[in-house]
Ligand binder design. Sequence first.
Ligand SMILES: Cc1ncc(COP(=O)(O)O)c(C=O)c1O
Length: 362
Amino acid sequence: MVDSAIAAMAQFAASGHVANSHGAFAASAECDALVARAREVVGRLYGASADGVWFGANMTTATFAFTRAIAASLEPGDRVVGTRLDHDGNVWTWRRAADDVGVDHVLASFDVATGRLAAESVIDLIDERTRWVAIGAASNLLGTIPDVRRVADAAHAVGAHVFVDAVAFAPHRRVDVAALGADAIVSSAYKWYGPHVGAMWVRPDLLEGLPAYKVRPAENEGPSRFETGTPNYEGLAALVAAAEFVLEMGIDALRAIEEATFAPLLAGLQTIDRVRIYGPLDLVDRTPTVSFVVDGQHPDLTAAALAERDIAVWSGNSYAVEIGDSLGVNEHGGVVRAGVVAYVDDHDIERLLDAVAAIART
Ligand SMILES: Cc1ncc(COP(=O)(O)O)c(C=O)c1O
């Protein structure tokens, strides 16, 4: 977390205003004001209206709440379209909802050679029966950024709605719901220097029509209908500070820092014998995330060898189950994934490249 978010969380906890919403006393009013501030700042971050913003424990939990409510609006014969490039949080959440009501859930394939998802492969699956299209704005495993807007236009042309998973996109690119054509969008604040809170926006007119799974005393209108139970106020305090950090720094400035660091990583990995990169080898339409394997070595072993050198990478499929299946790597332990954000520096990249080269020589 960025320092200002850590401080905001601590300050809230020590403020004497740790209460609950909708009380007659001052501490409660502070809690109400904090939630309103959080909706407002996420609205600004997403280029969206504050009255469509609601919070959940994380993307996955919020999305399950959302798709469970959507399920009630689906009918046999309807179709939900997703993609194989997506994190399972945007695949299985929809599959479970589709299965609950017996509707089709179909997934568009991406090009395994490049890791790119052509808009056409999603558009080809969109038909008159399609109610929702669920698409990731960036792949958390391969970093590729599909043309969400083209897909959204095709979906809207048949009256379908578009749900965008922006978890791997929001830390690196400006989220703009109008430009993306999103009817609903979600990201996780912990990916953009904030706390572990999921932030969803749903077009307010759509939101009002959805039957939220909520208890009776909870509000019947507005985005809080989807926020079951007491909000994570200290998390929201940190989220406000993190969102303000991103807005004040400017996502383009953050992106420039990341790309300057990431370019040598991508180039350097390509020069190491026995390293095989998955996904694109260029910097076009991608986030600073790269997946690779050292030929003949289980990704868990590579990650463990890097961890011994105090380098943090992930091994496995990072919950991008469909990508792992499509690439045929799931049965071999997946891949090693390294990512850059603004606090990763050139020295970190040198250490990673030196370590991978040393591991690949053994
Ligand atoms: C693209 C993408 N979608 C969804 C998720 C799930 O997010 P959460 O951990 O907030 O449930 C992640 C997590 O890494 C992700 O990268």
